[in-house]
Design a protein around this ligand. Structure first.
Ligand SMILES: Nc1ncnc2c1ncn2[C@@H]1O[C@H](COP(=O)(O)OP(=O)(O)OP(=O)(O)O)[C@@H](O)[C@H]1O
Length: 327
C-alpha cells in the first residue's frame, strides 16, 4: 500500500493553563495521500489551528506540550526535528501555511514583486531577471489579474482575495508541495471565496499539491477535498471520503454540525444557537461528545474508539458502534 504523504499517529497535545493541564488535541490517526486534499471541519475552539500549527512546529511551548505522537511527512517524523531543521528543510520549503489573514504574512513595506523575487532568489539561487520572470509566471498561475502591474503594488493596494492569491503564489514559489490552508477564505465575500476555493482545487488537481484544508463551515470543503475529518474537542469523531462524511453522516455531532450550516458559506457556524455549549470538562473516560449528545446510551459513558463502519468511513460513537441511533 502506498505510504501516506502525511501520517499523524496518536497525537496528544496539552496546554498548561492557570486552571490546570488541558488536552486540546487527541487525534488517533490522519493519513493524507500525496496530491490529495483533506478537509478538517469543526466549530470554533475544537483544535483545528492547533493541529495545523503542530505540523509546522509553530506551537508555543510552553504553554503547549506534545504529550505523545508522531507527525510523519513522507516518512520523516517532524516532531523529532529541531526548530533549525524545520526552518532549513520544511517550513516554506516542503510545507507552507496559508493563514486566515493574508496581511499577517505579507510585509507591508515591500511590493508584491520584491517579496516574490526575494523568496524565489533564496530558494532557487537564481539571478534577479530569472526570478522576476518566474514571479510573474507564478502570479499568472494563481490567476492574479494583470500580474505584471501587480508586481509593483504594495499589499494594501490589493483586495483581500488578491492578497490571498499572492500568499498562495509565495507558498508555491519556494517549491512547497504541501499547503496547509487554515480558513483561507474567512473574511472574503462569497464570490471571491469561490474563486480561491477553485484555485486551491486546481493547484491540487493540476500541480499535484497536497492540501490540508481547515474550515468551520463544511460547505467549504465539499467542493475542495477528497477526504474529510470532523473534529470535536480535539478528537476526530468521524472521518472518511468527503462524500461519506457530508452525505451520509453517522456521528450525532456531524448531524448537528451539518444541520447548523448557514446558507452563506462565509457565515461561521455557531452551534451554541442549536445546542447548549459544553464548557465543562468531559466526563472522565466517556465519549468526548457525551455532555451534548441527546442520543447517548449507557455504553457512551465509556471512552469510544474510532471504528470502521464500511469502506473508508470511520466513526467514534457508542450509538453507531452497535447501539443504533434511536436506542
Ligand atoms: N496558547 C494557548 N493557551 C491555552 N489554550 C490554548 C492556546 N491556544 C489555543 N488554546 C486552546 O486550544 C483549543 C483549540 O484552539 P484552536 O485555536 O485550535 O481552535 P480552532 O478549532 O482553530 O478554532 P477557530 O475555528 O475559532 O479558529 C481552544 O480551547 C483554545 O482555547
Amino acid at each position: 500500500m502506498e505510504r501516506p504523504y502525511l501520517h499523524i499517529k496518536d497525537l496528544k497535545i496539552n496546554f498548561h493553563t492557570f486552571e490546570g493541564v488541558k488536552t486540546v488535541l487527541n487525534v488517533d490517526e490522519i493519513k493524507i495521500k500525496k496530491g490529495e486534499a483533506f478537509g478538517i471541519i469543526g466549530e470554533s475552539g475544537t483544535g483545528k489551528t492547533v493541529l495545523a500549527l503542530s505540523i509546522m512546529k509553530l506551537l508555543e511551548m510552553p504553554p503547549g506540550e506534545i504529550e505523545s505522537g508522531e507527525i510523519l511527512l513522507d516518512g520523516d517524523d517532524l516532531l523529532k526535528k529541531s526548530i533549525k531543521e524545520m526552518e532549513r528543510e520544511i517550513r516554506g520549503k516542503k510545507v507552507s501555511m496559508i493563514f486566515q489573514d493574508p496581511m499577517s504574512t505579507l510585509n507591508p513595506v515591500y511590493t508584491i514583486g520584491q517579496q516574490l523575487i526575494n523568496v524565489i532568489r533564496e530558494s532557487k539561487k537564481c539571478d534577479k531577471n530569472t526570478a522576476y520572470t518566474e514571479a510573474v509566471d507564478m502570479l499568472n498561475t494563481v490567476k492574479l489579474p494583470d500580474a505584471e502591474r501587480a508586481m509593483d503594488k504594495y499589499p494594501h493596494e490589493l483586495s483581500g482575495g488578491q492578497r490571498q492569491r499572492v500568499i498562495i503564489a509565495l507558498a508555491l514559489s519556494c517549491g512547497a508541495e504541501f499547503l496547509i490552508a487554515d480558513e483561507p477564505t474567512r473574511n472574503l465575500d462569497v464570490t471571491i471565496q469561490a474563486g480561491i476555493l477553485k484555485l486551491i482545487k486546481e493547484l491540487q488537481t493540476n500541480l499535484k499539491v497536497t492540501v490540508l484544508f481547515i474550515a468551520n463551515n463544511p460547505g467549504l470543503i465539499s467542493a475542495t477535498c477528497n477526504d474529510a475529518a470532523v473534529l470535536y474537542k480535539g478528537e476526530i469523531v468521524e472521518m472518511g471520503t468527503t462524500k461519506e462524511v457530508l452525505r451520509n453522516p453517522q456521528h450525532p455531532y456531524t448531524f448537528t454540525l451539518l444541520n447548523a450550516v448557514p446558507k452563506d458559506k462565509d457565515t461561521r457556524i455557531d452551534l451554541s444557537q442549536v445546542i447548549p455549549p459544553d464548557d465543562t470538562n468531559i466526563i472522565r473516560g466517556s465519549c468526548v461528545y457525551y455532555n451534548r449528545c441527546t442520543n447517548k446510551i449507557a455504553k457512551c459513558e465509556k471512552n469510544q474508539k474510532l471504528i470502521r463502519l464500511e469502506g473508508t468511513h470511520y466513526v467514534k460513537c457508542g450509538i453507531c458502534n452497535g447501539g443504533g441511533m434511536n436506542e
